[in-house]
Design a protein around this ligand. Structure first.
Ligand code: HEM
Ligand SMILES: [Cu+2]
Length: 554
């Protein structure tokens, strides 16, 4: 990458401090707590979301143990309800929504843009602390009785303290409310950064696909999250003062709650998946050593998903008492999602075709993403088909579908991105063999866990049930055993990362031979990302210009 100092960035590139890596310029806890460096903030997010993933994952494993055999296995019904609600809330609000944008995005968006930091570094730190503050409310409600409403907080169950739920709905919805602000602020920051902070020569057509994905995600975060915030605020007021907005006993309308909730939460599915798609686009280009086929199509389909994501929320309410006309329109609109999704999958596959593929661990995750997300997406079409959904609604088919999208999509993208960028972030290499072993176990375990749930659901096993009929026991056992394989896979991955931090080999500047900008700076990057501010003279995937000489200079 041609990197020369430009006159107006003179303060960058002087003195020894600028050449030290961001991990070394300052030491000690306070230098992290007060840091305004986007990379350090990203690392703090990364640690937080990994802790959340661990908590949510333990809940998942415990849930599956309860379902291993019918009847009472290890817990009573109420505890089960709390467990699956907490699993859902933690996974959605504390883990997958912030995972890629706030952790990996924070670290790599400015570097990929060739700039020193995000547009508003203080706002960035504030978003992190808002996230932590919100998460603390969540943790408080977990130890204070938990919630048993499901992660959707559907009314009247959540609004009524007389019927049903006696649980900590208020602190938990406040947690989601507060974390929403963190999400909005990160979105605003990224949008401003992409518009205003690009390095000279970094035109829109040269933006890495990860940036396009984060940009589309940020638009959704800014537009949709306020709706959730207001909904949860109304719910809290309803619960505290008996307002009667949603609760039918007070003259409210529970379907109204569902409209509000899904007007955020369907777009939120794209907050989860679009960044994963961005990561996958980067990995596929690097490990096929090829410019992505249909670069602009991949970029624009991210914006397309962001747009149609706003039009389909009613598919969650086909059987909730929505008008028949509305159900038909939402069903038809839902199929539109297939277009941008299909565009992406076709372009990735076309990139792989004739690419010179190297099957290193990040690539394994990217390929799994394509495979599993395709299954998740196609089964979404089943659920979007009115007549089929009447049968499948609220069965395990839905549970399997959204796990294929959220775990098969987002988590694969996140873990793949973690392997891809790990050397750049930490300056250390991990071992490839355990990385592949961990991947294999996660991939197999995941399919055993959730493929069986498609079958369970299509045979009529309802979701969120503590107990089931004897004929479902075999498949439930299979699912639970799959979750153990999955769990072991993640433990190996974690072990490998920890091992790499303690005794990993030093990472070279560009271990994968990528042409993209973030690999051209030193490893780990210096405080302001580049010792000399770069001037971009070509696109991020133009491999023919990355000469052997460039690739070997470390
Ligand atoms: C890593 C990302 C994951 C995310 C984002 C996620 C998300 C969710 C959500 C939102 C729910 C709530 C479902 C509902 O509304 O009823 C849920 C339920 C559930 N999840 Fe996960 N999950 C993840 C991983 C896992 C894993 C790895 C397992 C198994 C080992 C698992 C097992 C379950 C089970 C058993 C339920 C309860 C199903 C029910 O009773 O209806 N999840 N998950
Ligand atoms: Cu939806």
């Amino acid at each position: 990458m041609a990197a020369v100092t430009t006159p107006h960035t003179g303060e960058n590139g002087h003195g020894k401090n600028e050449e030290k890596s961001y991990l070394e310029v300052e030491k000690g806890l306070w230098s992290w707590i007060y840091t305004l460096d986007h990379k350090r903030i990203g690392v703090m997010y990364l640690i937080s979301v990994l802790i959340s993933f661990l908590i949510g994952g333990i809940f998942a494993l415990v849930l599956r143990v309860e379902l291993f055999s019918k009847g009472h296995t290890i817990m009573d019904q109420d505890t089960y309800n709390r467990m699956f609600s907490l699993h859902g809330v933690v996974m959605v609000f504390l883990f997958i929504i912030p995972s890629i944008p706030a952790a990996l995005g924070n670290i790599f968006l400015p570097i990929q843009l060739g700039t020193k930091d995000v547009a508003f570094p203080k706002l960035n730190l504030l978003s992190f602390y808002i996230y932590v503050f919100g998460a603390c409310f969540g943790l408080y409600s977990m130890v204070n009785g938990g919630v048993d409403t499901g992660w959707t907080f559907y009314v009247p169950y959540s609004s009524s303290s007389v019927v049903g739920s006696q649980s900590s709905v208020v602190p938990m919805t406040l947690a989601a409310f507060i974390m929403g602000f963190s999400s909005i602020l990160t979105g605003v920051n990224f949008i401003a950064t992409v518009h205003k902070m690009r390095a000279p020569g970094m035109s829109w057509r040269r933006l890495p696909l990860f940036i396009w994905a984060l940009y589309a995600t940020s638009v959704i975060q800014v537009l949709a999250t306020p709706v959730l915030a207001i909904t949860l605020l109304l719910l809290t007021m309803e619960r505290a003062f008996g307002l009667g907005i949603f609760d039918p006993r007070l003259g409210g309308d529970p379907v109204l709650y569902q409209h509000f909730f899904w007007f955020y939460s369907h777009p939120a599915v794209y907050i989860m998946i679009v960044p994963g798609m961005g990561v996958v686009s980067e990995i596929i280009a690097t490990f096929s050593r090829r410019e992505p086929v249909g670069y602009m199509f991949i970029a624009m389909s991210s914006l397309g998903l962001a747009l149609v994501g706003f039009l389909v929320w009613g598919h969650h309410m086909f059987v909730a008492g929505q008008s028949e006309y509305a159900t038909m329109v939402f069903s038809a609109l839902t199929f539109l999602v297939a277009i941008p999704s299909g565009v992406k999958v076709f372009n990735w596959v076309a990139t792989l075709y004739k690419g010179s593929i190297s099957l290193q661990s990040p690539m394994l995750w990217a390929l799994s993403f394509i495979f599993l997300f395709t299954i998740g997406g196609l089964t979404g079409l089943f659920l979007g088909t009115l007549a089929v959904d009447v049968h499948l609604h609220d069965t395990y088919f839905v549970v399997a579908h959204f796990h294929y999208v959220m775990v098969g999509g987002t988590v694969m993208g996140f873990v793949g991105g973690l392997h891809y960028w790990w050397p750049k972030m930490t300056g250390k290499m991990y071992e490839e063999k355990p990385a592949v072993a961990g991947w294999a176990l996660v991939f197999i375990g995941f399919n055993v866990t959730f493929m069986s749930q498609f079958v369970l659901g299509s045979r009529g096993m309802p979701r969120r049930y503590y107990d089931y009929l004897p004929e479902f026991e075999g498949l439930h056992r299979m699912s639970t055993m799959g979750s153990w394989i999955l769990g072991v896979g993640f433990v190996i991955l974690l072990y490998n990362f920890v091992q790499s931090l303690m005794s990993g080999k030093k990472a070279p500047r560009n271990p994968w031979g990528s042409a993209a900008l973030e690999w051209q700076t030193t490893t780990p990057p210096p405080l302001y990302n580049f010792v000399k501010s770069p001037v971009v003279t070509r696109g991020p995937y133009e491999y023919h210009l990355a000469t052997d000489e460039e690739l070997s200079e470390d």
